[in-house]
Write a protein that binds this ligand. Structure first.
Ligand code: SAH
Ligand code: SF4
Ligand code: F3S
Length: 436
């Protein structure tokens, strides 16, 4: 095995892509002798791990790999991995013949097989058991991310993910617990459980075993000694049953920040999106959570200008935003994606200018909420896990409910839970002083 080969990897997309990139890196280190570089021009292998969820990053892909090809070291290879690899497959090599291999989001475990085979394309979305047998991925020293399922069985009509990541399969709980244990042994105190739809966990195991829910998994993972915080993403509002909400509220290890992807506040649009819940169900779940969990932060994803969205339907989204007062919103303008059901509604597509105006209105409303809300933290004392040291002599970390906090300090605070009295707030983070 030749040593000292260098890998440069660029990752776009969701947290699953981040863990996939960590796994690619770990596999290539272990089996092929690569080390990672942040300088593309010195790399022997350049990988771009792609996202297809909206059109923009896909259209940028070819100009980006074109740039890589121009600037790369002589003889360096280029690989395209991830969701765009899954959905464009060999067309990527047809359009950009200098690409050496294409590896789909469901096929990451095959990285060591394709890396040296010019022209290889692996994009099958059939189940692949070896997906779960990864080298231990390196993570931030204090945080680990562990996949609990692959794929997605929902059929949200706007979404390309089920066709890039395939059928939803739950990874056996013992493997997950073992993976979390390993990370804790390496120093992690926090884990994020990842899946496209985490709270439908347990419906479909690779080994066909019987009943075991996401709530059961949370209970088992929280028994791991040395693990202090559990986060997870993304849960689906439809599957937020009472059992789940009560466990969330009761279990002190579960971080009190929850992602509740609304997508739309209009029951009519939710139906057209095939989300499976109504505006009222969403509001009911959010208010049950708020009632049971003091200091809860709720984040969300909202799509504006889905085909057929009237002004009144959009106002339903604003209404939910006003009622729930989300702590963070990821806003998107609807982007038509190949192979999705919403393409059949092309005749109902909303004028781009209207879509942009709605996006701005939503962002402005949320900004007003945040300005009010973030100021209320001033004067409070918060417990923060310090994770990083900044060049300006500040340290930074997160509260249990995922607020980012900065304070003056040095590296002896790293990895510790510290009480900080908040003195200043911006829309996205807090500043404070260590309480001695
Ligand atoms: N499985 C996750 C989401 C994955 S995609 C979940 O259900 O929460 C992340 C976000 O991208 C989605 O929540 C949605 O808001 C957005 N998104 C997905 N497809 C989109 C499209 N075609 N146009 C615009 N936004 C989209
Ligand atoms: Fe896409 Fe819906 Fe699955 Fe999320 S739940 S990945 S939005 S199909
Ligand atoms: Fe993007 Fe694939 Fe994740 S499309 S959002 S990288 S599942």
């Amino acid at each position: 095995m030749s040593q000292n080969k260098k890998l440069f990897i660029q990752t776009i997309g969701c947290q699953m892509n981040d863990t996939d990139s960590q796994h690619i890196q770990a596999e290539l280190e272990k089996h092929k002798g690569y080390t990672t570089t942040s300088n593309m021009e010195e790399a022997d292998l350049i990988i771009i791990n792609t996202c297809s969820v909206r059109e923009k990053p896909v259209s940028k892909l070819f100009s980006e790999i074109g740039q890589f090809n121009k600037k790369k070291k002589k003889g360096a290879k280029i690989g395209v991995c991830g969701c765009t690899a899954s959905h464009l497959g060999e067309d990527i090599i047809k359009r950009a013949p200098y690409v050496d291999f294409v590896l789909g989001a469901r096929n990451i475990s095959k990285i060591k097989d394709v890396v040296d085979v010019k022209g290889s394309v692996e994009i099958s979305i059939d189940n692949d058991e070896s997906m779960y047998e990864f080298s231990t991925a390196k993570t931030n020293q204090y945080r680990a991310s562990v996949n609990i399922s692959v794929g997605c069985d929902k059929k949200c009509t706007y979404c390309i993910v089920p066709s890039t990541r395939g059928e939803e399969i739950s990874i056996p709980p013992e493997m997950i617990v073992e993976q979390v244990r390993k990370s804790v042994a390496l120093g992690a105190v926090e884990v994020t459980l990842l899946g496209q739809n985490v709270n439908s966990y347990g419906r479909n195991f690779s080994d066909g075993r019987g009943k075991y829910s996401f709530t059961n998994l949370l209970q088992d993972v929280s028994k791991i000694e040395g693990l202090e915080r559990i986060r997870f993403t993304s849960p689906h509002p439809l599957h937020m049953d009472d059992d789940f909400i009560e466990e969330f509220a009761r279990n002190p290890k579960i971080s009190k920040c929850i992602h509740m992807p609304l997508q739309s506040g209009s029951t009519k649009i939710l139906r057209a999106m095939k989300r499976g819940y109504t505006k009222e169900w969403f509001l009911n779940r959010a208010s049950k959570l708020r009632a049971l969990v003091p200091n809860l932060r709720i984040t969300t994803d909202i799509i504006v200008a889905f085909p057929g969205e009237t002004q009144e339907n959009f106002e339903d989204s604003l209404d939910v935003v006003n009622q729930v007062e989300f702590d963070q919103i990821f806003n998107f303008k609807y982007s038509p994606r190949p192979g999705t059901e919403a393409l059949n509604m092309a005749h109902l597509e909303i004028d781009d200018e209207i879509g942009s105006a709605r996006l701005i209105e939503l962002i402005e409303l949320h900004k007003r909420h945040l300005e009010k809300k973030m100021d209320t933290y001033i004067g409070q004392t918060m417990n923060v896990l310090i994770e990083s040291l900044k060049p300006n002599g500040e340290v930074c970390g997160f509260t249990d409910n995922l607020l980012q906090v900065f304070t003056k300090g040095s590296d002896d605070l790293l990895g510790k839970f510290i009480d900080i009295k908040i003195t200043d707030a911006s829309r996205t983070s807090l500043k404070g002083e260590v309480v001695l």
